[in-house]
Ligand binder design. Structure first.
Ligand code: 3UK
Length: 505
């Protein structure tokens, strides 16, 4: 059980608290161009909070849209908004004006803090709220205003269950939903996964690719390190190669990224010294066994798979180091409970595929969205994932509930077919979807990206089909194979299956 005081400002607890503990001189954030100690980060956050309250006249509960790539000032903006008692609405850097406009509307924002290079889309919206630009040599920018406030900022006296963050889902189906989180939720995620599974320590250096506007990145690269006095490395636009280089350069100890990134990094890992790394966390999508094995072979490191969701803020089921069942995501993170439900909402036992239900210190609160009653039922969060449990309580991902392929009466999980394909040396990435078919209802269709020099011939397609039949029940093999240059992904690295399905029609 986690207990937090009824009056709580999570940034005061994380950041002022860290400096009070004597960590002021430690490194908090490492960016591409600068490095901030805890004391420096606190000073920057306080200046931003002053600008919001005094220059912009914002009040407790006002909503501030924050837009920027991963960098220390972007992080300081999110923290400053929350410390001022306002609500941070972080947004992905790649969003275009239309998507951004939908978010600004839905979140009824009162002000915008935006990185200079990304302000075009904000200006295109013609919002009737103040917009302050950072990281750009323009008049009246955020930094100029910050320079005029050097007094410490006394954190807004918020309640533990005041909203401090509205996080938008990355929308694998296209329509982003806003989720609201309290001050205590922010501390709760720090006190669950990183504490019990990662065993985060003050000498850790966290690194990774997820944007701060994605709660996977917000937790892993900013909140988790702050909670234990560790450092977070914030670098924008990391390719697999650049991430390997950055791990070596900063002697990072904990890495957060998506399965496809680990798969690509495994192929080149030998050229980098990665001996500092002690934990590799994979989330966002199912981690194929083939990827886990490739990374382990390349680095000697066991991976930590974790399923999280924007609705639940962070990871709630994970495989701790040394407690890995092949193919399983893992067990509920201490603090969380999970079970499997059938279509009627009744619990099912081991070996039966059903809907994953989760309960814990965090939970879904949609912003103005009717789907609240679909996601939360009887206090359980239904994530939309089909899972199965074994006799020992390990949870196995099968598919998204609406992605199960039904072909000639058989239920086929695309992930299982993908898993089989990924063991083939010619396959770099793949996605398996159901294509509607007059005879079978659906047929299994694989979209395959090949490695380096391989060519997508009919012979190779046939070879891949036989290869799959050799590993799993033959009726699951992909009857159609399409070779692709790349797969459609969201900014958070998630596959957009709906795009493959509409293409297939
Ligand atoms: C899927 C996984 C299998 C699953 C997230 C860590 O991904 C995050 O949040 P989103 O809201 O998506 C949630 C959905 O993504 N998923 C995530 N991780 C896994 N499926 N294995 C996994 N390990 O469908 C889930 O319902 O974008 C991940 C931390 C914070 C996050 N927000």
């Amino acid at each position: 059980e986690l207990h937090y005081p009824p009056r709580l400002n999570c940034v005061a607890e994380l950041l002022d608290g860290a400096v009070k503990l004597g960590w002021g001189g430690r490194t908090a954030l490492i960016g591409a161009r600068e490095r901030l100690s805890y004391a420096e980060l606190l000073a920057r956050v306080d200046r931003i909070a002053h600008v919001l309250r005094h220059d912009l006249g914002l009040a407790t509960g006002n909503r501030v849209l924050v837009r920027g790539a991963n960098c220390p000032t972007m992080a300081a903006c999110i923290l400053g908004v929350i410390k001022a008692g306002c609500i941070a609405v972080p947004t992905m850097p790649l969003l275009r004006a239309r998507e951004l406009g939908a978010i600004a509307d839905k979140a009824r924002i009162n002000a915008v803090l935006c990185a200079g290079g990304l302000v075009g889309e904000v200006e295109a919206l013609g919002l009737a709220v103040p917009v302050l630009v950072f990281d750009a040599p323009v008049a009246d920018c955020l930094e100029q205003r910050m320079a005029r406030h050097d007094a410490p900022f006394a954190a807004a006296d918020t309640a533990a269950d005041d909203v401090c963050l509205i996080s938008f889902t990355s929308g694998t189906t296209g329509v982003p939903k806003g989720t609201m989180h309290f001050h205590r939720d922010v501390l709760a995620i720090c006190d669950c996964f990183p504490r019990h599974v990662l065993r985060a320590r003050a000498d850790d250096v966290f690194i990774g690719t997820p944007p701060l506007a994605f709660t996977f990145g917000l937790g892993g690269l900013l909140l988790f390190p702050l909670r234990v006095g560790a450092a977070g490395v914030l670098i924008e636009k990391l390719s697999p190669e650049a991430l390997l280089g950055a791990i070596a350069e900063h002697r990072a100890t904990v890495c957060f990224t998506a399965p496809t990134f680990y798969r690509q990094m495994a192929a080149q890992a030998g050229r980098f010294s990665l001996d500092s790394l002690r934990a590799s966390v994979s989330a966002g999508e199912a981690l194929p066994v083939a990827t886990r094995e490739a990374w382990q072979a390349a680095t000697g490191l066991a991976m930590i798979d974790g399923i999280g969701a924007t609705e639940l803020l962070h990871i709630f089921i994970a495989s701790a180091d040394g407690d890995v069942r092949p193919g399983a995501t893992g067990k509920p993170v201490p603090g969380y409970q999970a079970c499997i439900l059938d279509a009627q909402g009744r619990r099912v036992g081991p070996g039966v595929i059903g809907r994953l239900a989760v309960k814990g210190p965090t939970g879904c609160r949609y912003l103005a969205d009717e789907r609240q009653h679909d996601y939360v039922q009887d206090g359980w969060n239904l994530t939309g994932d089909a899972y199965e449990m074994d006799d020992d309580g390990y949870f196995y991902y099968r598919s998204r509930t609406d992605d199960m392929i039904i072909s000639a009466g058989y239920n086929i999980a695309g992930a299982e077919v993908e898993e089989a394909l990924l063991h083939h040396p010619a396959v770099a990435e793949c996605a398996v979807v159901g294509r509607s078919d007059p005879e079978r209802g659906q047929v299994v269709e694989a979209h395959v990206v090949l490695r380096g020099s391989h060519v997508g011939t009919e012979e190779l397609a046939h070879e891949l089909q036989e290869f799959v039949k050799g590993q799993i029940a033959p009726y699951k093999y992909p009857r159609a194979i399409l070779f692709k240059e790349q797969l459609p992904r969201t900014e958070t690295g998630k596959l957009q299956r709906f795009k493959l399905r509409t293409e297939a029609v």
